[in-house]
Design a protein around this ligand. Structure first.
Ligand SMILES: *Cc1c(COP(=O)(O)O)cnc(C)c1O
Length: 481
């Protein structure tokens, strides 16, 4: 399987220089032209194959799906990597890895948050850690991952990369601005290859420093700086697997039966994997994009206009992992929607967004969205509280704030005869304050036993000013060439 950029000009899509292999793009971010990588075509999975996959374990299923997209890692090696990644031991003791929790007839949660950081980013990041270690070892290279986090992404990256050979992580976070749980989760890691840099500033300062370091091309090359952000194709590919796993668990043997998925969304990474699964032939009726107050995506699916928000218009909400000003994976879907016209994608994402911060599809382009199964809706803080409360009272199930956004919109849009799987993207234990606001002080979100003493563990972190040169000096001192 070869990969192309969403901005590859349609006059040159088959030129060898624009076609890349999986291992080539694994360690990269954006394509050189600023686009995102996608496979040249989506492999199709027949109803027969899908039926045959019903007896597979999660890891075996992951191997089958990944094999369709990866032909430059020997199959035995790839199998070993997924077998090592998707174990019940790593995913909260659940043999199914992404178990379903029924709520009402044809309404269920698919649990994606049983990994080490209790959020869905572990599903992909755990595989990425193993793939990075494998590929770097094969090449005899090392990589210094530099990132900024306000919570989930940074901890998922650290837990995926801890103790891995040839990889170091330098993770910037705003001093004193993460929850006690999130901070303890990251800072309690004692692995030598993990560096927590606690920056005297806000999240935007951290992000600006990461950008400045990445734009310093000499430094970037010399110190082999890389990233693990959500536009990485391997992360997206890993997420395709749980759409199949959810489908298989929710249906019997009739593969023509359709299901729908509701997806708490921010950067469009999670639901984009659903789009890929649907393009492969998985019988998905609707992909429900649920946003919080930061409704860039909901607005797009309602109006055909995509408008990046300023930081003043980006709200801090009680589902913080969905607080985005733009959706960094969205370009992948639009490329498909536009019939894979890289020139038009370039005009929208390369030019219009850069110049005006917004674009609007033509009526013809907008009309095609119906073919892709997308629906959308929006949820607010009051909706989250109400959904957490009613879900606990009616079904006896405690959900987190992000999952509540998904469930709220799912309940508005679901059809009685189509199973609706709501993706559970975090465990409520991570958001104790909002759970208390919804349910009162007496209901405590259960925490996995292994994390009972998390906040009292010794912490390992380095405080520093919001200054690019200081961060660079720290990297130089801790990542010798
Ligand atoms: C990252 C995240 C999301 C949003 O996922 P995207 O792929 O960015 O759309 C939703 N919920 C939780 C808990 C997350 O960590």
């Amino acid at each position: 399987m070869k990969y192309i950029s969403t901005r590859a000009s349609s006059t040159e899509p088959t030129e060898p220089r624009v076609l890349r292999g999986f291992s080539d793009i694994l360690l990269e971010g954006l394509a050189p032209d600023g686009g995102l990588y996608l496979p040249v075509a989506y492999p199709k999975v027949s109803a027969e194959t899908l039926n045959a996959w019903r007896s597979l374990s999660y890891a075996e299923l992951a191997f089958e799906i990944l094999s369709l997209y990866i032909d430059d890692i020997p199959p035995a090696d790839l199998r070993a990597l997924v077998e090592k990644t998707y174990t019940a031991e790593v995913f909260g003791g659940h043999a199914a890895i992404t178990p379903l929790t029924p709520l009402a007839p044809n309404l269920m949660l698919e649990g994606l948050s049983n990994g080490p950081t209790l959020a869905f980013k572990d599903m992909a990041m755990q595989l990425l850690g193993n793939l990075f270690e494998y590929e770097l070892g094969r090449r005899g290279e090392t990589l210094n991952i530099l990132g900024a986090t306000s919570g989930d992404t940074g901890s998922a990256a650290e837990y995926a990369m801890r103790g891995k050979h040839n990889v170091r992580v330098f993770m910037l976070s705003p001093l004193g601005r993460m929850s006690a749980f999130q901070q303890a989760q990251m800072f309690s890691l004692q692995d030598e290859n993990i560096h927590n840099l606690s920056v005297e500033g806000v999240f935007d300062d951290c992000q600006d420093i990461v950008k400045a370091v990445s734009n310093d091309l000499d430094f970037k090359r010399k110190y082999r700086i890389g990233t693990v952000n959500s536009i990485n194709w391997a992360r997206l590919l890993a997420q395709v697997v749980y759409y199949f796993a959810g489908y298989i668990q929710a249906t019997q043997t009739n593969n023509n039966q359709q299901v729908s998925f509701a997806v708490p969304s921010g950067n469009f990474g999670n639901v984009c994997a659903g789009h890929v699964a649907r393009m492969m032939g998985l019988p998905i009726k609707h992909l429900v994009v649920a946003t919080n107050e930061n409704n860039v995506l909901e607005e797009f699916f309602r109006t055909g206009s995509y408008r990046v928000r300023s930081s003043a218009e980006t709200f801090e909400t009680s589902s913080p992992s969905m607080d985005i000003s733009k959706a960094s994976n969205f370009e992948r879907f639009v490329f498909d929607l536009l019939g894979r016209d890289g020139d038009r994608t370039q005009a929208l994402f390369g030019r219009a967004l850069a110049q005006e911060g917004a674009f609007t599809l033509t009526a013809d382009e907008f009309a095609k969205i119906a073919d892709y199964g997308f629906q959308s809706g929006r949820s607010t803080h009051a909706d989250r509280l109400a959904t957490i409360r009613t879900t606990f009272e009616q079904f006896g199930v405690l959900i987190d704030t992000h999952t509540a956004d998904g469930l709220k919109v799912a309940q508005e849009l679901r059809e009685a005869d189509v199973p609706m799987l709501v993706l559970e993207t975090a465990l409520p234990a991570k958001f104790e304050a909002t759970i208390a606001e919804a349910l009162g002080p007496d209901v405590k979100a259960p925490r996995p036993a292994a994390l009972a003493d998390l906040e009292s563990r010794p912490k390992r972190f380095q405080v520093m000013p919001a200054d690019t040169a200081t961060v660079q000096r720290y990297i130089v001192d801790h990542a010798p060439v």
